[in-house]
Write a protein that binds this ligand. Structure first.
Ligand SMILES: [Zn+2]
Length: 253
């Protein structure tokens, strides 16, 4: 597996093919509590991409990892400094254009390693995936971690909906980039079990309205690097299995 951006164009030409998988890590630049960096979702998406790429390569598939999409829709966090939010239609157009280039150059599969769960962002990705399938005919896998069956593989805290900058995400940043965790702050943070997913269903529009005045939910003080390493492997397995599922749907057509 190789980062596309480090290849020459001739190496990229040789890496393409109907069974070549291009993985797009998708995160956000948005507030993640007082203890995690704005790029938390990018770090998690890149870890998911790396783990998924290793599994796909072990099956004998050719894999390239694309540069991450780090700007996206992040309306829930836009009241917090540093959050950079795009309009959802900009995100849909960007992902569709990336997929168009991959199709033109002969890659067969796009796998989206998405770690950002803002509802406007998820809707923009869904719209992009629909358009890619309809207009480009590229095989695309985009497992939604908050939905079945994938959510069933994730932690109780995650499934409770307290899934932003809590134990789940903090553990992965501790595993991947421990130097970016404000450790003294993290260890002292009180739990915030408010369910963000329930608040979204109830029509709330921001972290503040959802009961997260410091832009975190869940139990960051209980995070461990060990849990983070395990979760990264689960996310990689989900990406791999989502690609296999799309390929078997394609073969059945
Ligand atoms: Zn996050």
């Amino acid at each position: 597996m190789q980062p596309l951006a480090a290849m020459t164009w001739e190496e990229a030409r040789d890496a393409r093919g109907p069974s070549s998988v291009a993985i797009l890590p998708v995160g956000a630049i948005e507030a993640h509590g007082p203890h995690l960096p704005l790029e938390t979702d990018v770090i998690i998406a890149q870890a998911m991409a790396r783990s998924g790429a290793a599994r796909l390569a072990a099956r004998g598939m050719r894999v390239v990892v694309l540069p991450s999409l780090t700007y996206t829709a992040a309306a829930f966090a836009q009241g917090f400094a540093g959050t950079l939010s795009l309009r959802p239609e900009t995100v849909t157009a960007t992902v569709l254009d990336i997929a168009g280039s991959l199709t033109r150059h002969g890659f067969g599969v796009l796998a989206i390693a998405n770690a950002h769960l803002d509802p406007g962002h998820l809707a923009s990705l869904e719209a992009a995936v629909d358009a890619i399938r309809r207009d480009l005919g590229l095989v695309v896998a985009c497992p939604s971690l908050a939905s079945k069956p994938w959510a069933l593989r994730l932690s109780d805290e995650f499934r409770s909906g307290a899934c932003h900058a809590g134990q789940f995400e903090t553990s992965m940043v501790l595993a991947e980039r421990p130097e970016l965790v404000r450790e003294a702050t993290r260890a002292a943070l009180p739990p915030n079990p408010a369910s963000l997913s329930r608040a979204i269903r109830d029509g709330k529009q921001s972290f503040e309205e959802a009961g997260g005045p410091l832009a975190y939910f869940g139990f960051p003080s209980q995070a461990t690097a060990e849990e983070g390493r395990k979760t990264v492997e689960v996310l990689g397995a989900i990406l791999d299995e989502a690609v296999q599922a799309e390929l078997s749907v394609g073969r059945g057509r």
